[in-house]
Design a protein around this ligand. Structure first.
Ligand code: ATP
Ligand code: MG
Length: 166
């Protein structure tokens, strides 16, 4: 069923707020109003919460996790009148100012039980399943997920989901 993304994201961020406050991490959100996506609400919430939770876990105190939600515009749509623009995918980007992931580990972090550095991630007490579940749930919605990261600077996870399921 269609989910309106602005209120959905606000509610989801609220669920993570106390975890972020405990670590003095700010969560910022920019969601274009009026965007909808056809998805399973519980599964979409699980996707976003897993990424937010990683962002908070792997970012030092005082950092920021930000969320951007926008339509995926094709080049020929740029500059068109708003009422003429039609989009088939939405993009959800979750960026943190955290420890980052070494380039050699980037392709592996979506594998089950894979954790970059056992020593550094021991304190967070995870299982290494979060991202494999996220990838699976994104693919159930016929979407894609990409990761860009720089050690010591931060990480960005970009999800694109088709607006309509069939
Ligand atoms: P959990 O099952 O509780 O989520 P986890 O967080 O260790 O445990 P994943 O979410 O699958 O497992 O992440 C896999 C690994 O990728 C993490 O252990 C961590 O090393 C790395 N990682 C994931 N997200 C980030 C991030 N935002 N910044 C830096 N490293 C990350
Ligand atoms: Mg995790």
């Amino acid at each position: 069923s269609p989910i309106e993304l602005e209120p959905f994201m606000s509610k989801t961020v609220e669920l993570m707020e106390s975890e972020a406050v405990r670590k003095d991490i700010g969560i910022t959100m920019k969601v274009e109003p009026g965007l909808y996506v056809e998805a399973d609400e519980d599964r979409l919430r699980q996707i976003v919460m897993n990424l937010l939770s990683n962002g908070i876990n792997y970012t030092p105190e005082g950092g920021v996790v930000s969320i951007l939600v926008e339509p995926v515009l094709l080049p020929w749509m740029e500059g068109m009148n708003e009422e003429d623009v039609d989009y088939e995918h939405i993009r959800i980007m979750i960026t943190d100012t955290g420890i980052g992931i070494p380039k050699k580990d980037l392709p592996r972090v979506f594998e089950r039980f894979y954790r970059v550095d056992k020593a550094r991630s021991r304190s967070s007490g995870g299982t290494g399943l979060g991202l494999s579940i996220v990838k699976h749930l994104v693919e159930l919605h016929r979407g894609s997920i990409e990761l860009d990261s720089n050690v010591g600077i931060g990480s960005t996870f970009t999800i694109e989901l088709p607006v309509l399921q069939q």
